[in-house]
Design a protein around this ligand. Structure first.
Ligand code: UDP
Length: 472
C-alpha cells in the first residue's frame, strides 16, 4: 500500500514563526489529511514556551530537533536575520541526515522553509523533494522582498535617504526609514543575508503567505501576476491560533492566564487597553518609565505585559517566557497608584483570549504580523508602536492604508514620551478618531471572518494541497 503523503517543515527560531506554521500544518492535517514533521534548527535548548507549545501538538504533527549549531564566532551585535540564516546554513549536514532517514520510511511530498531558511532548498533538490516557501509576514513585506534585488540595483544610497517614498508593487508608498530593519544598513551582513535569501525564492514551487485578499488586495494582486521566475503565491491567511477549546494548543497554562481573564471579567465592556510587544519585544528603562507614567496619567484601564528593560528591542526574541522575577524595574509608586484599574503581567499573557474578551477595547501593539492578524480577526482597534523587523511597514499599512490604528510617535531621542502615550490612549478609547477606527476594525473583522468561515481561503489551500499530494 502507498505510504500517506507527509510534509517536512523547517521553521526559523522564535514563536512568531512557529505559531503560523503550526496553524498551517494543522489545517493541512484536518482538512487534507496531510501529516507533518517539524525539523527544528536551534542553538541550544528551546524556550519553555516553545517546548510547551510543541509538546501539545496534535498527533498528525511531530517534531525533531537538529543538533544545536555553534555561534561562538559571531560578534555580539550580530543581527537576528544573520543568526536565523546561519542557523539553517550551519544545520545543512544534520538536515541532510534527518531528511534522508525520514525519506526511507515516509512519503515526503514537500519541504517547506520559512523566509530566511532558503539554504535548505539545496537539500530538497538533492533528494528530489519539491520545496516551498512559507512567508509568515504580510504580503506587503513579501512584495518588497521580491522587489528588493531590483531596488538594490537601482538605489545607490541608504533607502532611508531616498527623498521620495519607496514604491513597492501593489502597496501604499512607504518612506525608506519605515522599511524593515535589516535593509536599513546596506553594509550590514543582515542586509546581504536578506538579499541572498530573496534571490533564492524563485527556487520554490510555490510561496505560501499568511494573508488574505480582503486585507491586502493591492500586494496580493501584484504578487499573483505571472512573471518569469516567480513561483505562484498562495494567500492562505489569516492563520491564527484559535481560542481555547477541546484539543486546542495552548501556550500559557500558567497563573497569568487565569488571573488576567478573571481580572478582565470584572471590568466594563470595551474599557481595557491591552499592551504587549510580542513574544520578544522589550523597551529601554527610560521607555518603560515613560509608558508607566503615560498609563498613570491617562486614567484608563489596562493590562500590560511587562519584561525587564533592555536597550535591544528584540532582546528576548528567542527566549521570552524564561525570565523570572519581580516588578522592581517599574517606577516605585506605579503599581500602587494604578492598582484599581490596571493589571501588570510578567513576560507572557494569553493574548488571543485577552483580545477575545469583551472588556478589551484596544491593543497597544508592536505590530508583529501574528498580533496584527489576531487583532484584525477579533476586531480590536490598535495603537501601533513598532519596534523591530518589518513592524514599521505593518504600522504604515494599519494607520495610513487600513486606518484601523493610531501610531504612537517617538521624539527626536527615539522615545515615545508620556504625553504622546496619553494622547494615543485617550484618542483611541475616548476620542472621535477612536470611533472611526472602531467602525473600520469591525468591518475588517467581518471580512476576515467571512474568509475563515467560507471557502475563500480554503479554495487556495485546496489547490495547494492537491499540488502537494501530487508532488507537482
Ligand atoms: N503572544 C502571546 N502572549 C504574549 C506575547 C505574545 O500569546 O504575552 C503571542 C501572540 O498572540 C502572537 C505571538 O505570540 O501569536 C507573537 O507573534 P508576533 O508576530 O505578533 O510577534 P513576534 O513575537 O514575532 O515579534
Amino acid at each position: 500500500m502507498d505510504k500517506p503523503p507527509h510534509i517536512a517543515i523547517i521553521p526559523s527560531p522564535g514563536m512568531g514563526h512557529l505559531i503560523p506554521l503550526v496553524e498551517f500544518a494543522k489545517k493541512l492535517a484536518s482538512v487534507h489529511n496531510l501529516s507533518t514533521t517539524f525539523i527544528i534548527p536551534n542553538e541550544g535548548p528551546l524556550s519553555n514556551s516553545q517546548y510547551q507549545f510543541l509538546d501539545s501538538l496534535p498527533n498528525a504533527i511531530t517534531y525533531t530537533l537538529l543538533p544545536p549549531v555553534n555561534f561562538d564566532d559571531l560578534p555580539p551585535d550580530t543581527k537576528i536575520e544573520t543568526r536565523i540564516t546561519l542557523m539553517v546554513a550551519r544545520s545543512i549536514t544534520s538536515l541532510r541526515q534527518t531528511l534522508g532517514s525520514m525519506i526511507e520510511d515516509k512519503n515526503i511530498v514537500a519541504l517547506f522553509v520559512d523566509l530566511f531558511g532558503t539554504d535548505a532548498f539545496d537539500v530538497a533538490v538533492e533528494f528530489g523533494v519539491p520545496s516551498y516557501l512559507f512567508f509568515p509576514a504580510s504580503a506587503m513585506t513579501l512584495s518588497l522582498f521580491l522587489h528588493l534585488p531590483e531596488l538594490d540595483q537601482t538605489v545607490s544610497c541608504e533607502y532611508k535617504d531616498v527623498p521620495d517614498p519607496i514604491r513597492i508593487p501593489g502597496c501604499i508608498p512607504v518612506h525608506g526609514r519605515d522599511l524593515l530593519d535589516p535593509v536599513q544598513d546596506r553594509s550590514n551582513d543582515a542586509y546581504k543575508r536578506v538579499l541572498h535569501n530573496v534571490k533564492r525564492y524563485g527556487m520554490a514551487r510555490g510561496i505560501v503567505v499568511n494573508s488574505f485578499k480582503e486585507l491586502e488586495s493591492g500586494p496580493i494582486e501584484a504578487l499573483q501576476q505571472e512573471r518569469p521566475g516567480r513561483p505562484p503565491v498562495y494567500p492562505v491567511g489569516p492563520l491564527i491560533r484559535s481560542r481555547p477549546g477541546p484539543g486546542s494548543v495552548e501556550l500559557s497554562k500558567d497563573v497569568n492566564e487565569s488571573s488576567s481573564l478573571r481580572w478582565l471579567d470584572g471590568q466594563p465592556r470595551g474599557s481595557v487597553l491591552y499592551i504587549c510587544f510580542g513574544s520578544g519585544g522589550t523597551l529601554s528603562s527610560e521607555q518603560v518609565n515613560e509608558l508607566a507614567m503615560g498609563l498613570e496619567l491617562s486614567e484608563q484601564r489596562f493590562i500590560w505585559v511587562v519584561r525587564p528593560p533592555s536597550d535591544i528591542a528584540d532582546a528576548t526574541y528567542f527566549n521570552a517566557h524564561d525570565h523570572k522575577g519581580t516588578f522592581d524595574f517599574l517606577p516605585k509608586t506605579f503599581l500602587e497608584k494604578t492598582k484599581n484599574r490596571g493589571l501588570v503581567v510578567l513576560n507572557w499573557a494569553p493574548q488571543v483570549q485577552i483580545l477575545s474578551h469583551s472588556s478589551t477595547g484596544g491593543f497597544m501593539t508592536h505590530c508583529g504580523w501574528n498580533s496584527v492578524l489576531e487583532t484584525i480577526v477579533l476586531g480590536v482597534p490598535m495603537i501601533v508602536w513598532p519596534l523591530y523587523a518589518e513592524q514599521k511597514m505593518n504600522a504604515v499599512m494599519l494607520t495610513e492604508g487600513l486606518k484601523v490604528a493610531l501610531r504612537a510617535k517617538s521624539n527626536e531621542n527615539g522615545i515615545v514620551d508620556h504625553l504622546e502615550i496619553v494622547r494615543v490612549i485617550n484618542g483611541l478609547l475616548q476620542g472621535e478618531e477612536g470611533k472611526g477606527i472602531r467602525v473600520r476594525a469591525q468591518e475588517l473583522k467581518e471580512a476576515a471572518l467571512s474568509v475563515l468561515s467560507e471557502d475563500g481561503c480554503s479554495k487556495t489551500l485546496d489547490q495547494l494541497a492537491s499540488k502537494l499530494k501530487n508532488k507537482i
